[in-house]
Design a protein around this ligand. Sequence first.
Ligand SMILES: *[C@@H]1O[C@H](CO)[C@@H](O)[C@H](O)[C@H]1NC(C)=O
Ligand SMILES: *[C@@H]1O[C@H](CO)[C@@H](O)[C@H](O)[C@H]1NC(C)=O
Ligand SMILES: *[C@@H]1O[C@H](CO)[C@@H](O)[C@H](O)[C@H]1NC(C)=O
Ligand SMILES: *[C@@H]1O[C@H](CO)[C@@H](O)[C@H](O)[C@H]1NC(C)=O
Ligand SMILES: *[C@@H]1O[C@H](CO)[C@@H](O)[C@H](O)[C@H]1NC(C)=O
Ligand SMILES: *[C@@H]1O[C@H](CO)[C@@H](O)[C@H](O)[C@H]1NC(C)=O
Ligand SMILES: *[C@@H]1O[C@H](CO)[C@@H](O)[C@H](O)[C@H]1NC(C)=O
Ligand SMILES: *[C@@H]1O[C@H](CO)[C@@H](O)[C@H](O)[C@H]1NC(C)=O
Length: 636
Amino acid sequence: MDIQIHHTFSLLSLLSLLFAPTVAFAPTDNYLINCGSNSNALDFSRVFIGDSTSTFLSEGKSIALKNQNPSPNLSSLYSNARVFTSELSYKFHINKNGTHLVRLHFSPFVSQSYNLSTAIFNVSANGFPILSHFSVKHDDLREFIMMVDSKSLEILFNPASEFGFVSAIEVISAPDDLIVDIDTKFVGPSEIKEYKNISSHVLETLHRINVGGSKITPFNDTLWRTWIPDDDFLVLKSAAKRAVTPHTPNYQKGGASREVAPDNVYMTAQQMNKNNLTMSAKFNITWEFPVGSHGVLHLVRLHFCDIVSISLNQLFFDVFINGFSAYRDLDLSELTFHVLASPYYIDFVVKSDKSGFMQISIGPSELSSPLRANAILNGVEIMKMVNVVELETGSKRGSLWIIVVSVLGGIAAICLAVLAVVIALECRKKKEKEKPKPVESMGWVPLPINGGSSYSRFSEVTANVSPGPKLFFALKIPFSDIQYATNNFDKSLIIGSGGFGMVYKGTLRDNTKVAVKRSVPGSRQGLPEFQTEITVLSKIRHHHLVSLIGYCEEQSERILRHKKGLLKQIIDPKLSGQIKPKSLKKFVETAEKCLAEYGIDRPTMGDVLWNLEHALQLQEPGTRTASCEDSNLNEP
Ligand SMILES: *[C@@H]1O[C@H](CO)[C@@H](O)[C@H](O)[C@H]1NC(C)=O
Ligand SMILES: *[C@@H]1O[C@H](CO)[C@@H](O)[C@H](O)[C@H]1NC(C)=O
Ligand SMILES: *[C@@H]1O[C@H](CO)[C@@H](O)[C@H](O)[C@H]1NC(C)=O
Ligand SMILES: *[C@@H]1O[C@H](CO)[C@@H](O)[C@H](O)[C@H]1NC(C)=O
Ligand SMILES: *[C@@H]1O[C@H](CO)[C@@H](O)[C@H](O)[C@H]1NC(C)=O
Ligand SMILES: *[C@@H]1O[C@H](CO)[C@@H](O)[C@H](O)[C@H]1NC(C)=O
Ligand SMILES: *[C@@H]1O[C@H](CO)[C@@H](O)[C@H](O)[C@H]1NC(C)=O
Ligand SMILES: *[C@@H]1O[C@H](CO)[C@@H](O)[C@H](O)[C@H]1NC(C)=O
C-alpha cells in the first residue's frame, strides 16, 4: 500500500509539474533608445531613453533631427531621428550571454535639410552585417534575433549615400526557450535532414501572424512584439473559418510558453470552413507569405493550440510548406500530453524558391475520420536566416521510432502500457536466458526533434521522477522483433485508428500478444518524453494493475466490451480466484469508462487513480496481489 501511494504521488507530481506558473518575463538586458533626442519617449507604456545624453552613443559626427510636422497618429518615438554622415555606433553592455532581440525603428520624415527616405546605409551588429544598402520608404521596424556572447553589443551604422538615420533601438535579452539548439526538420526537395545550430544564426523576422485573430500590439505581447492578422495572406479566404476560445490556454512545460507567443495567438485559429457546401470534404487551407530572395534559408515557426476539438485524439492533419510535406498526421493531443487547448509550436527550416512566396498549407490527414476531418493553425512566424544560403548537411538519421506504448488518455492506455512493460520484461528475461546480445541501434532511436521545448521538458521532468536511463535499456526490444510481431506494420493490424493513433496489435515470436505504438516520423515527442512515460507507467505497474492486462488484451470480447457476464473467463488464469468480485467489478467499471468513445466521457487521470485505489481497498486486506515480476517467475 505504501508503495502504491508513493507511485500515485509520483504521477500527480508529474502532472502538476507540467503546468507552468504565470510570471511576466523580465529581460536581463533591456535597452530602449529614443534616437536623436535628449528626452524620453513613451511607446506602448515603455520608456525609451533619449540618446543625446546617454552613454550608449559613440563620439562622432551625427545630428539629432526633429520632425517639425509629426503626424498626430504617430508614436512620439518617431518624431525625431539620429542622422549620421559618417560611421555611428551604439554600444550596449551585455549582462547575460544568449539570444537577444535587436529591433531597429525607422520613420522617414522630411525636414528642411534632409529627406530621410533618400538615405541609404549599412548596419552591422558586432561586425555581422544585418542591413546592406538599406533605404526606408515607410515607417519600418526590423527585428533581428541573434546570439550575443560577448561583453558588449555594438551596432554600427555606415552611410552608403550621403547620410543614414535611425529612429529608435531596442536590445532585449530573449527568454531562454525562444530559440533552442536542437535539430530542426528541413523541409524541401532533398531527403529529410535536420538543421542544427539555429541559435548561432542571425534571424530576421519577416512575418509574425496571429492566425484567425486580430492585431496584437507590443502593449499586449509578452516580448513587445507585433502580430498581425492572417486574412491578407489567405489564398482562398472561403476555405478558412475563424475559431476563438474565451479560455486562457493550458500552457505546459514542454509546450510553448507565454513568451514564445502570447495568449491571444493561441486563443484564436483558422480551421477548415466545412460549412461551405461548395467545398469537398478534403481540402487545404493555404497561405502565401512574400519572402523575397530565392534560395535563402528561413526558419518557419508554426503555432498550434487545439481549441476546436471537443475531445482528445480527434484532430489529425497534415502540414505542407512550399508543396512539400512538413508534418504528416499531426496529432496535437499526443504532442501536448493529452491536454486540449495546450500551446505548442513546431519549427521548420525551409529554403525559399523562385516564387518569392512561402506557401503554408494545412489539410486533414488520412487518419482523421471524414466526419471530424479538420486542420488548424494559430500562428506563423517566418524568419530569414541572414547570410545563410548554403545548407549545412545535417546528420541523416533513421526517422523511424518504435514506441511500444504511450499514454493514450485513460486506463486503456495504461493497460496497453502495462501490457507492453510486462512483455518487455518477459522478453528481456528470455533474452538473458539465451545469450547476451549487443545493444542494437534499431531499438529505440531518438527521433529528430523539432522545436525547442521538449528539451526543457526532458531535463526538468527527469530530474524529478526518472530513475535514469537504465530502465529503458533494460526494457529494450529489438526492432526486428517488433517487425516480426506486427508483420512489418501491416495496416490490417492497426487497432483503434482515429482515437488511438497508430497502435498495432501483434504477436511476438514466443506468441505473446503485444500492442505496439509507432511514432509518426518527425514527431517532436522524442525519446525523453517517452522515457518519462515509461518511467511513470512502469512504476505503477505493481499490484492491481497487473490484472488489467488480462482485460486489455482482448478489449472487445471483454466488453461483450462484460454484459453477458463472461467477466470471469477473460481474467488472466494466474489471477483467477485471487480477485474479490467487488474489486473486480470496480476495475471493470473503471476500465469501461476509460474506453468511452469520446474523451469527454472518459474519467480524468485523477479519477482513474482514485478508482483504482478504491478497487485495491476492496481487494485488501489479506489477498495476495501479484506483481509483475511474480507473474513472470511463474513462467516455466
Ligand atoms: C490619423 O488617423 C485617422 C484615423 O485613423 C485618419 O483618419 C487620419 O488620416 C490619420 N492621419 C494621418 C496624418 O495619417
Ligand atoms: C523624399 O524622397 C522620396 C524618395 O526619393 C521622394 O519620393 C519624395 O518625393 C521626397 N519628398 C520630398 C518632400 O522631397
Ligand atoms: C555596405 O554593404 C555592402 C554590402 O555588404 C558593401 O558592399 C559596402 O561596401 C558597404 N558600404 C559601406 C559604406 O560600408
Ligand atoms: C559572455 O561570454 C564572453 C565570451 O565567451 C565572456 O567574456 C563574458 O564574460 C560573458 N558574459 C557573461 C555575462 O557571462
Ligand atoms: C554553430 O555555428 C557557429 C557559428 O556559425 C560555429 O562557430 C559553431 O561551431 C557551430 N556549432 C556546431 C555544433 O555546429
Ligand atoms: C490589449 O488587449 C485587450 C484585450 O484583447 C484589448 O482590449 C486592448 O485594446 C489591447 N490593447 C492594445 C494596446 O493593443
Ligand atoms: C464558398 O466557397 C465559394 C468558392 O469556393 C465562395 O465563393 C463562397 O463565398 C463561399 N461561401 C461561404 C459561405 O463561405
Ligand atoms: C494539400 O496540399 C498539398 C501540397 O500542395 C497537396 O499535396 C495535397 O494534395 C493537398 N490536399 C488536398 C486535399 O488538396
